[in-house]
Ligand binder design. Structure first.
Ligand SMILES: Nc1ncnc2c1ncn2[C@@H]1O[C@H](COP(=O)(O)OP(=O)(O)OP(=O)(O)O)[C@@H](O)[C@H]1O
Ligand SMILES: [Mg+2]
Length: 322
């Protein structure tokens, strides 16, 4: 088992109280698995990704563990996490394209980055050029400033650089969102290729785009309001979703070939609850068409590999949901 996340809780400090952005998530990612993470804006996808790499700003590790290849990562301590970054876990963050330093040529940027990891570019230069060529970029990009590259080119540079040390886990956060459709597809295919070539052992691909995930992910984890709604093999999740939220999320997507004018999309009525001191029980209940009184105390969630919702009450609940 390559990645094991257990009961992870990461909150943000705020004047109004803790924002419970990641609240008790447990899941695992197998070697070679590309796991998609989906869910509407603000449900905690980036917070989950960031928590595994670097706790930023007001983020606080409340409880839970993240283990990669059997080693528990010291995620609460930025300095102790340093040796694991890029080598064990690496990230292409949301808005990565603007992460390239505009005042540095790409080559110098990579050099400085590796130097900060105690690695000399000289030993990796040939491999860097080989991988740039693999994603369709000429070595001359190293002599160019970020402003001279298109969005898709910058995204590919960041992908190559973040995986140069062959990390066990790559977290790619919305890396296709700012690209046009054909570039999106090309970048998504590159993720699969990088996994197939062994540049990365497993991946967490965060995106709103369930269609892309269905195409490239082995499994999909759906989050709702800081919690796991369900995780299942991609095809199973898309064709036979169990959680009412996943069903609504999928039904609010356009079918291939159907024009918006022909059939209005349903969307999901209502809004997620505040993540500051949310009520106990299922966080989806106010928007769920199947909600019953039991949902005030229940949490409906399914982890990888199980179709079980434990406890009698939950099974009854599932019966109503089906
Ligand atoms: N620095 C912060 N301080 C306080 N709250 C924050 C901070 N960053 C994010 N949050 C809150 O944490 C929750 C999860 O945010 P996060 O960015 O992880 O969501 P997301 O699923 O990645 O959304 P999106 O799809 O828009 O990128 C939201 O309620 C957000 O308002
Ligand atoms: Mg995000």
């Amino acid at each position: 088992m390559s990645v094991e996340v257990s009961d992870l809780r990461v909150y943000y400090r705020s004047l109004a109280g803790d924002v419970q952005a990641v609240d008790g998530l447990s899941f695992s990612i197998a070697d070679g698995e590309i796991m998609g993470v989906a869910g509407e804006s603000g449900c905690g996808k980036s917070s989950l990704g960031n928590a595994i790499v670097l706790l930023t700003g007001r983020m606080r590790h409340v409880s839970g563990t993240v283990a990669i290849d059997g080693t528990t990562l010291p995620i609460a301590d930025a300095a102790q996490m340093d040796p694991y970054r890029y080598r064990t876990v690496s990230t292409v963050p949301q808005y990565a394209m603007s992460a390239l330093n505009p005042t540095r040529k790409i080559g110098r940027f990579v050099n400085e980055l590796l130097k900060s990891r105690g690695i000399r570019l000289a030993g990796l230069h040939d491999e860097l050029v080989r991988r740039l060529e693999l994603v369709g970029l000429d070595r001359s990009v190293l002599d160019r400033y970020p402003i001279e590259l298109s969005g898709g080119m910058k995204q590919r540079v960041v992908l190559v650089v973040s995986t140069l040390l062959n990390p066990s886990l790559l977290i790619a956060d919305e890396i296709t969102s700012a690209l046009d459709v054909s570039t999106q597809k090309a970048v998504a295919r590159m993720l699969v290729e990088f996994r197939d070539l062994g540049f990365v052992k497993s991946m967490m691909v965060i995106t709103h785009d369930l269609a892309i995930l269905h195409e490239i992910a082995d499994t999909i984890l759906v989050m709702y309001a800081g919690r796991l709604a369900e995780k299942a093999p991609a095809d199973e999740l898309v064709k036979a979703p169990l959680h009412p939220y996943t069903r609504l999320l999928l039904s609010s997507l356009p079918d291939v070939g159907i024009r918006y004018e022909t059939r209005r999309l349903a969307g999901i009525k209502g809004r997620p609850p505040s993540l500051i001191a949310p009520e106990p029980g299922c966080r989806f209940r106010d928007r769920c068409p199947y909600a019953t009184a039991a949902c005030q105390t229940l949490i409906l969630q399914r982890s990888s590999g199980t179709r079980l919702l434990m406890t009698r009450q939950m099974l009854r609940y599932l019966g109503e949901c089906s």
